[in-house]
Design a protein around this ligand. Structure first.
Ligand code: PLP
Length: 396
């Protein structure tokens, strides 16, 4: 007999619950700012990706409301029919300027941007070298393309060189791409782009950097590629508009011909309604703000460094992050979850991240300080860390 949907769901949900893999989702009452409210209780929030605090920025809110008044709440169609508004054109020109490229294309999310762009360019006659810690949306985009996927050890340049050589010299593939996160979100480490470019040039690889956690954060705001001055060398500068930019959406910046191709071939661009007017205008404003001033970027780094220093002085293992992303590595999965839960009891909202998202035995809580946190909030967070850390004998 075939299994019913209900029995499939019951069995599998129970399995997840029994194995500590079932995520209970908290409902945020109000904005996802530096402080949040859940079940009527206020918390210091160190879990959002709202790096620059732009999700609640007054200027962005204002232009979004104005755009809704002039253009409505929805774009009304997919881009190639008649869902390309002047606001989308303005956004894409602004993104290209921001990224230092000829052109850019915006998508409805970072996730579908990766699905769109990778599969529009790569196909079954190609190979993709992919860092083993790449984001789920990259993995899905690679799968969708039907290209041969070759996993490369995390940021291991010898492994990349060896596998690039093998793939290219095999003569089996038309194109070979290397794809990597710019900033890795679990540890806060940065892709070794200068070495990657050397290897890519040696073997003729296409290069694709997903800078979801780097945009707004690295390169004085313009991202990891700009940080290394490699705007002319990376073929695809992909990023999200939902993290530091504070709204929603994704983009690819690159040459005019690459963007022309994506606009004519990538399926989420062709078959999914474009970004809403209010969002589009707010994103443009956010990018303009980042180009005008590094104030928010500087505040973010200042807060990140302050939190890191405090946690280190307390004796926590904070890994080797090169960005404001600050893991506190506990190790054991159960203990990590207990730690996170006790921090929450004490008014600090920091999510635990355990296997399979990170390797077994490296469970951590991950702090995402933002430009919107005050020093008082960070001091309070450190006080809670000290109390709970001592209580659970993680620090002395
Ligand atoms: C968050 C993230 C995405 C997805 O972006 P959304 O805009 O949230 O869909 C893609 N890639 C990486 C590396 C990310 O961290």
């Amino acid at each position: 007999m075939v299994q019913t949907l209900q029995s499939f769901l019951d069995e599998n949900i129970q399995y997840l619950k029994d194995n500590g893999l079932y995520n209970e989702i908290d409902i945020i009452e109000g904005a996802n700012g530096p402080e949040i409210t859940i079940d009527g209780k206020k918390y210091i929030n160190l879990s959002s990706n709202n790096y620059l605090g732009l999700a609640t920025d007054e200027d962005l809110k204002k232009v979004a409301k104005e755009a809704i008044d002039t253009h409505g709440v929805g774009a009304g169609a997919v881009r190639p029919i008649n869902g390309t508004l002047d606001l989308h054109e303005e956004l894409e020109q602004t993104l290209a300027k921001f990224k230092g490229t000829e052109a850019a294309v915006a998508y409805q999310s970072g996730f579908n941007c990766n699905m769109a762009a990778i599969s529009a360019v790569m196909n079954k006659n190609d190979a993709i070298l992919s860092d083993e810690l790449n984001h789920a949306s990259i993995i899905d985009g690679c799968r969708l393309s039907k290209a041969k996927i070759i996993r490369v050890k995390h940021s291991d340049m010898e492994d990349l060189r060896a596998k690039a050589k093998e793939a290219v010299e095999s003569g089996e593939y038309n194109k070979v791409m290397y794809i990597t996160d710019g900033v890795f979100s679990m540890d806060g480490d940065v892709a070794k782009l200068p070495e990657i470019i050397e290897i890519a040039e040696e073997f003729g690889l296409l290069t694709y950097v997903d800078d979801a956690h780097g945009s707004g954060v690295m390169g004085k705001g313009a991202g990891t590629v700009k940080h290394f001055g490699l705007q002319d060398k990376i073929d695809f500068q992909m990023g999200t508009l939902s993290k530091a930019i504070g709204v929603v959406g994704g983009y690819v910046a690159g040459t005019q011909s690459l963007i022309d191709w994506l606009k004519s071939q990538s399926r989420p661009f062709l078959f999914s309604t474009s970004l809403a007017p209010g969002d589009t205008k707010a994103i443009t404003k956010a990018v303009e703000k980042l180009m005008e001033s590094t104030e928010l970027h500087d505040k973010l780094w200042d807060n990140g460094n302050y939190l890191k220093k405090g946690l280190k002085e307390l004796g926590f293992d904070i890994g080797d992050s090169e960005t404001p992303i600050t893991p506190v590595i506990i190790g054991d999965e159960k203990k990590t979850q207990e730690f996170s839960s006790r921090l929450k009891d004490e008014g600090l909202y920091v999510k635990s991240i355990v296997f399979p998202t990170v390797p077994r035995g490296t469970g951590r809580v991950r702090n995402m300080p933002t430009a919107a946190h005050t020093k008082e909030m960070l001091d309070e967070a450190l006080k809670v860390y000290e109390k709970v850390g001592k209580e659970l004998e993680i620090i002395k």
